[in-house]
Design a protein around this ligand. Structure first.
Ligand code: SF4
Ligand code: SF4
Length: 282
């Protein structure tokens, strides 16, 4: 009996010593700067930086493979902390926010059929490419809102997704979740956007949406250089967004929105108070 106990104890002791030696031999040295950077990050693990979580981003930063301003939820404060830890220059953050390029809610946009299936945009899209006649409009079933870690997206009573410019951190999760490719990342400083995602010709758009872009070119003629029309759809040229506001009132279908003046109809978000175009929007 005593021999058996001693023998088991011996085996245990040998295993413990072997494990201890192996742990020492194969220990992975972690750069203390990586831990300090990880501590400085917001810990949202949202993937906005393009790396798998804050840990992956911290490692890439220390290895010089990432830019500190890629952490959009952290903002300029985080950029400065990381730059201090790594002893590099703090490049100004370029905040970006997601925008739903559609305001054709259930009052404005016509349906092909009445969808009564699962309340999920991807499921609806699989059924004859969605219930809306517009091939690119928001389906309003909230797949984006459910995935947003920051509660930045609301679905209006009339079935339109709207994103808060104050709550959005630019993590891009909603962009990946939307089957209509109707959410775009845009500079926060740009408050004017063409809220349409249809590349159909104007005559066709008029048949299914009261607030869609009909590619009439009035915006581009009003402010040359601030708009471009591509495949029957106007877009703001964000490098020149400061001038884009001059065309808002000229658009015959009112599909250009200046968020500095408020969100699309039906939204409960108050007009943004974050700086827009270099001045307060409130
Ligand atoms: S709205 Fe989109 S980009 Fe903005 S925080 Fe939510 S999921 Fe991220
Ligand atoms: S933006 Fe896309 S994911 Fe969000 S409700 Fe509209 S269609 Fe669905």
């Amino acid at each position: 009996m005593i021999e058996a106990v001693l023998s088991i104890g011996g085996i245990g002791l040998t295993a413990a010593v072997a494990l201890g030696l192996a742990a020492k031999k194969f220990a992975v040295e972690v750069d203390p700067r990586e831990l300090a950077v990880l501590e400085a990050l917001p810990g949202a693990n949202c993937g906005a930086c393009g790396f798998p979580g804050c840990g992956g981003f911290a490692k890439a930063l220390v290895e010089g493979k990432a830019n500190p301003n890629a952490c959009t939820p952290g903002g300029q404060g985080t950029v400065e902390k990381i730059a201090h830890i790594l002893g590099i220059a703090a490049v100004a953050a370029d905040p970006r926010v997601a925008v739903v390029l559609c305001q054709g809610d259930n009052r404005q946009a016509a349906l092909k059929y009445r969808y009564v299936g699962m309340g999920d945009c991807n499921a609806a899209q699989r059924l004859a490419e969605g219930p809306k006649q517009c091939p690119g409009g928001c389906l309003g079933l909230g797949s984006c809102a459910r995935i947003c870690p920051f509660g930045a997206i609301e679905i209006t009573d009339e079935g339109l997704a709207v994103i808060s410019r104050e709550l959005c951190t630019g993590c891009t999760k909603c962009v990946a979740a939307c089957p209509r490719n109707v959410i775009r990342m845009t500079p926060l400083s740009a408050s004017v956007h063409v809220l349409c995602n249809s590349h159909d010709k104007g005559a066709q758009v008029r048949k299914y949406c009261a607030v869609g872009c009909i590619a009439c070119h009035i915006c581009a003629k009003t402010v040359p250089g601030a708009y471009v029309i591509e495949e029957f759809l106007a877009r703001v040229i964000y490098e020149h967004h400061q001038e884009a506001g001059a065309a808002v009132e000229k658009c015959p279908t009112h599909c250009i929105r200046d968020f500095a003046r408020g969100y699309p109809p039906g939204s409960r978000f108050a007009a943004p108070t974050v700086p827009v175009g270099g001045k307060s929007a409130a």
